[in-house]
Ligand binder design. Structure first.
Ligand code: ARG
Length: 391
């Protein structure tokens, strides 16, 4: 065995141990950390990868690419798996896979390795993406395929006195990016156990409320309180403000692709503020049948991405549909932040809402006399059926 392997390296325990461990098996390791907006010292982590024996260690700054190419399409589709999970981790895997595949090609690697277990969705997401992007590369999954358990990893690190920061310190397994944070393991595995406050890192409990105004152009958030910002800046600002007011905590039992039900906890202040705001602006600007069709396709999009099929022709086609629909989604939404995000006001230069049509007051332009004939014709098929067969 052996050759060169590109390792998806997070700086955490498992993928740190994987470097010398793969080295023991005769592999030359190229460690790749992809910055999708996770907190911490990725630069220092990457430096440590070399100390751990990587022949090369790279940091890829993918924040803008992640925000524009992955988060914005998710927002355009109001993507919530099972109606609740904004796909935080599911969105980053295809992007990380894309960089792994590119670096594998560039460095002439024979294999690509990830640190996923065999019980989650992430292994499927990486491997489904790599099957498309690097079909000739061998995929190594040390944690899954060679039973490198967490305890083994800790023991291995201690025996060799490896310079690794995380040991038994955190009771949770977490995954962070610009769209939010996934939290698993420890006491969370008991669905009857409430989430301890120490599981949360980017949301606070708060009784206070605060209102912000979000500006959208063609479905893309472009401004907060009138100030124009880049997508990365908007995600950071909204995370900070909405998180301060306790928005975005999610505690759910989720159906994983591999068939296991799991208790999952998330904090996603940006997603849980921007999605309702965007939905509300769509309510104001999308034509009824487009909106109706889109709601169905949104489910399909969320399932598809959750289930690891980012690089699929269906996702490309759905994104083309989304792009066309978003051309008219321009305007402002005011949102009250306080545990949840509540839309309080919305407006658009291209609103389909027309007060003259909707009003019950003076100056109505809707011809009510037309409605009587419409009712008769609308009910005709069921009226005929009932006449023949009874009700
Ligand atoms: N259940 C979530 C998902 O499938 C979260 C995964 C978190 N991943 C992790 N490595 N901790 O998207």
């Amino acid at each position: 065995m052996g050759g060169r392997v590109v390792l998806a390296y997070s700086g955490g325990l498992d993928t740190s141990v994987a470097i010398p461990w793969l080295g023991d098996q005769g592999w030359e390791v190229v460690a790749v950390a992809v910055d999708v907006g996770q907190p911490g010292e990725l630069g220092a982590d990457v430096a440590r990868a070399s100390e751990l024996g990587a022949v090369e260690a790279r940091l890829v700054d993918a924040q803008t690419e992640f925000a524009e190419g992955f988060v914005l399409p998710a927002l355009a589709m109001n993507a919530l798996y099972q109606g609740r999970y904004p796909l935080v981790s599911a969105l980053s895997r295809p992007l990380i896979a894309k960089h792994l595949a590119a670096i594998a090609r560039e460095t002439g690697a024979d294999a690509i390795a990830h640190g996923c277990t065999g019980k989650g969705n992430d292994q499927i997401r990486f491997e489904a993406a790599l099957a498309v992007l690097a079909p000739d590369a061998r995929v190594l999954a040390p944690v899954r395929d060679w039973d490198l358990t967490r305890d083994d990893a800790i023991e291995y690190a201690q025996q060799r006195a490896l310079p690794i920061k995380t040991t038994r310190s955190s009771p949770y397994s977490t995954d962070d990016n610009l769209w939010g944070r996934s939290i698993e393991c420890g006491v969370l595995e008991d669905p009857w156990h409430p989430v301890p406050e120490d599981a949360f890192a980017i949301t606070c409990t708060s009784d206070a409320t605060h209102e912000i105004e979000l500006g959208f152009e063609q479905g893309v958030p472009v401004a907060v309180d009138g100030e124009r910002l880049t997508p990365v800046e908007i995600l950071n600002v909204v995370t900070k403000v909405a998180g301060t007011y306790g928005v975005g905590r999610i505690d759910m039992v989720e159906d994983r692709l591999i068939g296991i039900k799991s208790r999952e906890v998330y904090e996603a202040p940006a997603a849980m503020t921007l999605i309702p705001a965007h939905q509300e602006l769509e309510a104001l600007t999308l034509e009824r049948s487009v909106a109706r069709e889109k709601r169905k396709l949104e489910q399909t999009w969320a399932d598809l991405v959750y289930e690891g099929l980012w690089f699929s022709p269906l996702r490309t086609a759905l994104d083309a549909f989304a792009r066309v629909t978003q051309q008219v989604v321009t305007g402002e939404v005011r949102v009250r932040l306080g545990t949840t995000a509540q839309v309080t006001a919305r407006r658009s230069q291209v609103a389909l809402y027309d007060t003259a049509l909707a009003t019950y007051g003076e100056g109505a332009t809707f011809r009510e006399e037309d409605a009587a004939g419409f009712s008769r014709i609308w009910s005709l098929p069921s009226k005929r059926f009932a006449k023949v067969h009874g009700v």
